[in-house]
Design a protein around this ligand. Sequence first.
Ligand code: MSP
Length: 653
Amino acid sequence: MSRTAYVTTPLYYVNAQPHMGHAYTTVVADVQARYHRLAGDDTYLLTGTDEHGEKIFTAAAEVGQQTQAFVDGVASRFVSAWEALRISNDDFLRTTQARHISVVTDVLQKIYDQGDIYFDEYEGQYCVGCERFLTDREITDGKCPDHKTVPEKRKEGNYFFRMDKHRQWLTDHIRATPDFIRPERYANEVLSILSESIGDLSMSRPRTRVPWGIPLPWDNDHVTYVWFDALLNYVSALGYPDGELFSRYWSYSRHFIGKDILKTHAIFWPTMLHAMGAPLYAGLNVGGFLMGDDGQKMSKTLGNVVDPFELASKYSADAVRYYLVKDVPYGQDSAISEAALVDRYNADLANDLGNLASRARALLLRHLEGRLPAPEQSETDQVLIATGTGLAAKVRELIGSLKYHAAFEEVMQFVRQMNRYFNDEQPWVLAKSEEGKPRLGTVLYNCVEGMRIVSILLEPALPDKAVQLRESLALLGGDLASTESWGLAPVGAVIPTEAAQLFPKAELPEKVEAVEAKKVEPGKEEAEKPQAKSKPVKDGAKDEASITIDDFMRVELRVAQVVACETVAKTDKLLKLDLSLGDLGERTVVSGIAGSYAPEDLVGRRVIVVANLKPAKLRGIVSQGMILAAEDEDGSLALVQPDKELAAGALVR
Ligand code: MSP
């Protein structure tokens, strides 16, 4: 049954160039929208730019540009960034557009006329970065926790929106509507804010101080507070109040935001909608922060940003998109780095998927004239077929509950299963005899058919590569439902003899340099060493014992809870532990701690696990990680444990 979906990103401030932090929310929203389209849902994706307010005005002045010319320039960078990342937005709204300004003006007048706005003097701590007054509770060590700047004390005559009176119904609504704010911890955060007075909202700025904004229709000396203006984009883009798009999409609206703008979206926005007499949005999905290489939230202010254009042009838009959704568990903070992107790309796309495709293609071309053969399925093929056709249901469920990393992991596990199938069936041996040919055909057909399913399920993350993969295997696209049947790869179709390598192995620039240095012929080292070209070696770099913060960040340490534990038969050192990583699922780890701990001592405990260690087989058990323990000189072990009851799955840094 097809449904309707209205997916939105935040509107990005045009005081900064697009960076990976912005790209993250946009890619997630795009993947969500593309899944809806794949499922046949009537879908609308909105993004855009937030162009009014004090900090934009100041940013333009700082570079000596007219404000309008400045915002035009940065807005077009955002348009190009989203093109470069293959974002499939249906609209791009700029808050300086007439269509938006007229909706804001009408809404303001309506709320003012009904007595929900009044004039008053206000004194408080203002953060220009946040563009709002901070409450005492929010200020940490005298500073704004997000911008690390000391807020300014300001006293101003402003108009106020009567927000506090909405506290009770909003609390009730959040409690009664589990998917109104997701993940759940953010709903709890909002409920905690709502447990005390939220005050009324200062919704105007004196024009003398902030000349860049939408004038209040009843008082030309004030402009609209930037948030009161920007939040309305979600309805102005649909032609509120009587646009056809508004009636078609609004009740299906799901906003994607970062956690720093939770309060504005979870409190200001619903109370504004209520006052306007408009229905509430359907849901708010809250992502965590991407951290820069200094371990801080990536932001222009902190100067630790990574450029999405650069990464997309080096590794392809698909590689960047896939990395963001596969490696960042939605809702949590994550450190990102170019090295981790390269690792993820090489492991999943170049090795697991790319190799399978090129091996299947090579055998088809060499032994079957490139023609997809009619399969004769046997009992042993049924496991593969069942996993493949069952994937869509799992993926749909996981994407619906915002577990993108787990959804793509399901698909990749199927790819790995196909690789095992390929290796076990040994089609290159089957090809050697005439009797082996029918089985060879079946094995290759099944791999191609499996890749048809994979290409469709990965397409929301890999819009270009999914199509190329299908072209290289003579396959057609399809919708989500088409992945629930086996056998749609067209028997008799001929694959192209030439196809560009889908996922060429990626290398970090440093590694490329190192490889080149190694290629120098013996005896010629001194003369030809490319030292003159390379950067001067820093003292620290010579010290092989030192690692960079990037190296460290590649180790994914997480809190895990021991669910079950037993000794491994015929050993006196090994324990087999079943660990829960909360939303990230369960896994088994084999650990050599039996000399210091009995299994029953461990059940229920929280431990720290290296979560991205390559799985290894120990005594026939696949161990998916390593538990951290300290060891003294006598060989006695002590497990490393968090000193508070943190949720299983929490990241350790
Ligand atoms: N203009 C407002 C939003 C108005 S929506 C009606 C704004 N703009 S912003 O450009 O500062 O941030 C936009 C979004 O980008 C926010 O959701 C923010 O969380 C996200 N990100 C910016 N840096 C980020 C990271 N380093 N990591 C993840 N997302 C971050 O706020």
